[in-house]
Design a protein around this ligand. Structure first.
Ligand code: TEU
Length: 547
């Protein structure tokens, strides 16, 4: 069912290139590897791929530190490989959405090399420099997101430069119009290559006012995004999704409101932050709070009901795996809880995103020691959080529960060595569950996760109520069951899911009662949802009928 904009009826799929598929045996995933798996994605039915960075990079942050926006990192392939990926994907009605990382560059980017070369270099003001404090220390105590000071001294000029992430990721000075013009030109060059859009890294940081110590939602943010729209997006039928950890519903309407001329949607993280510890953040694991989760999703559904547009996701390359975080990844319930979580998310209003491996129910992996982690954020935070009083074991538990490397273990394609990901030695060990949890086994499994995602995507492609139906939350305070209604005209779609590993009794509120067709289920089909229901563990079901 084609409609405009196309991305309101499409489902996105995120590929983390280092970990998707290695075609040349060097142990690192690459672009030809992605091309070789496009049929897997086409069969799933997704409409576009968000491709995490493949640009030239010294890989201090696995590609989120770009040294040349117009070149492909040799470890991932060549520009010809990239053009082939775009063409082969388009041949399967799949758009390629690139990752736009322009809050910062790599310190090895030619721009920064020039900027640090001398105080008078024309590119000096492309970055953020300040003189030391009177004691010779950093200009202020602003901290990096990865932990530690956000300022690093440049011995050549004796000035400090600002970086909200690693010191090898200096922030660009967006107040400089030359910087913006260069970025618009780069974006247009990629659009001219035939890409379908951009995912925009930490876009809520580009309007920062350093001296006022304002980093998120800064004074110039929306001016810059509207300028971006005028200079690059206007007149193009593309999708844009801005990563905005600071965004609340009101911010989202500023980014995505139909008359704002900014973005298609944002990735907001309120459901993630809700699960973090008040003192140690993601580094101290906390149990799932289902009511808290429901309240947040419901608030976002209702806030963007009339304007704006939601993105829907459980995980990505920075987050733990969905079934381990929100489901039950034990052998008994892994597949069904993964399918139940997919049902809850994919029948909401907005554009769903699947993170690679989610469609086969991949789980977190248990790292035995802190030194086994690869991620710069985890490695930077261990000494910092333990110095703040978090025990080493607690940190390890936190990193295993919430750390980014959970999402980055290689994709599990089959039960061959290294899960069929590489014929070499993987850059990060494969999750030892791969002998049982892999795409080949899951796709052959009648209770498999892949076919359930495929069925949900097909429902979205077939039923306008899934896209346009009014969202009505049900039983928000129920600690076990997630339920809501979508209504369009006289039609009602009711979704009910028991998100526990035990049977529960649940009484459907009258405004959710329905008799009709069972659209999808993780258990025994039902054609009516009325009165008291006895729901099996991880039973999720959706019924379409009339009001
Ligand atoms: O992430 C932004 C970001 O802040 C999170 O990475 C961070 O991990 C954290 O979990 C929140 O505290 C984006 C990219 O998605 C990430 O991979 C990059 O490392 C980061 O920006 C810098 O480019």
């Amino acid at each position: 069912m084609s409609r405009t904009p196309w991305w309101q009826s499409a489902v996105g799929y995120q590929v983390y290139p280092r970990s998707f598929c290695d075609s040349n045996g060097d142990g690192v995933g690459d672009i030809p590897g992605i091309v070789s798996k496009l049929d897997h994605l086409a069969d799933l039915g997704i409409g576009f791929v968000w491709l995490s960075p493949v640009y030239a990079s010294p890989m201090a942050d696995n590609g989120y530190d770009i040294s040349d926006y117009d070149a492909i990192a040799p470890v991932f392939g060549t520009m010809d490989d990239m053009d082939r990926l775009i063409a082969e994907a388009r041949a399967r009605d799949i758009g390629i959405v690139m990752d736009l990382v322009v809050n910062h560059t790599s310190d090895e980017h030619a721009w920064f090399q020039a900027a640090r070369s001398s105080l008078v270099d024309p590119k000096r003001d492309w970055y953020i420099w300040r003189d030391p404090d009177s004691d010779g220390g950093p200009p202020d105590d602003q901290q990096s997101v990865f932990g530690g000071p956000a300022w690093t001294l440049d011995p050549v000029s004796g000035q400090y430069y600002f970086h909200l992430f690693n010191r090898k990721q200096p922030d660009l000075n967006w107040e400089n119009p030359e910087v913006r013009a260069e970025i618009w030109a780069m974006m247009n060059r990629w659009f001219d290559r035939g890409i379908a859009g951009f995912r925009m890294d930490v876009i809520d940081l580009i309007g920062k006012d350093i001296d006022a110590e304002i980093t998120t939602n800064g004074p110039h943010l929306h001016d810059y995004i509207q300028e971006m729209h005028r200079e690059t997006l206007a007149g193009r039928d593309v999708v844009t999704v801005g990563e905005a950890w600071s965004a609340g519903p009101d911010d989202a309407l500023l980014y995505t409101g139909r008359d704002r001329g900014e973005l298609s949607m944002v990735f907001q993280f309120s459901h993630v932050l809700q699960g973090w510890d008040p003192e140690f953040g993601k580094w101290r694991a906390r149990p799932r709070d289902l009511v808290g989760l429901k309240r947040l999703f419901n608030a976002w559904q209702l806030a963007l009901a009339e304007d704006g547009w939601n993105s829907l996701f459980w995980s990505n390359h920075d987050l733990p795996r969905a079934v381990s975080k929100y489901g039950d990844d034990s052998p008994a319930w892994r597949r069904r809880s993964a399918r139940a979580l997919a049902t809850v998310l994919h029948l909401m209003k907005g554009t769903p995103y699947i993170y690679q491996g989610e469609e086969i129910g991949m789980t977190n992996t248990a790292f035995a020691r802190v030194e086994d982690f690869d991620d710069v954020e985890i490695r930077t935070n261990f000494p910092i959080q333990t110095a703040r009083g978090l025990g080493a074991d607690a940190f390890l538990a936190g990193a295993n529960a919430n750390g980014r490397d959970n999402a980055r273990t290689p994709m599990q394609w089959d039960a061959r060595a290294h899960a069929g990901f590489t014929s070499g030695t993987p850059w990060l060990p494969v999750n030892p569950t791969f002998d049982k949890i892999n795409a080949a086994a899951d796709r052959a499994d009648p209770e498999g996760v892949f076919r359930h995602y495929k069925a949900l995507i097909s429902l979205r492609n077939k039923l306008d109520i899934v896209i346009d139906g009014r969202f009505v939350p049900l039983a928000e305070d129920d600690p076990n069951v997630w339920a809501y209604v979508r209504e369009l005209g006289t039609r009602r779609l009711t979704m009910v899911a028991n998100l526990t590993s035990a049977p529960v009794a649940f009484s459907i509120p009258t405004e959710g009662a329905v008799t009709g067709t069972c659209l999808i289920t993780t258990a025994t089909p039902r054609d009516r949802l009325r009165g008291k229901l006895d729901l099996a563990p991880w039973e999720a079901v959706a019924v379409l009928g009339t009001t």
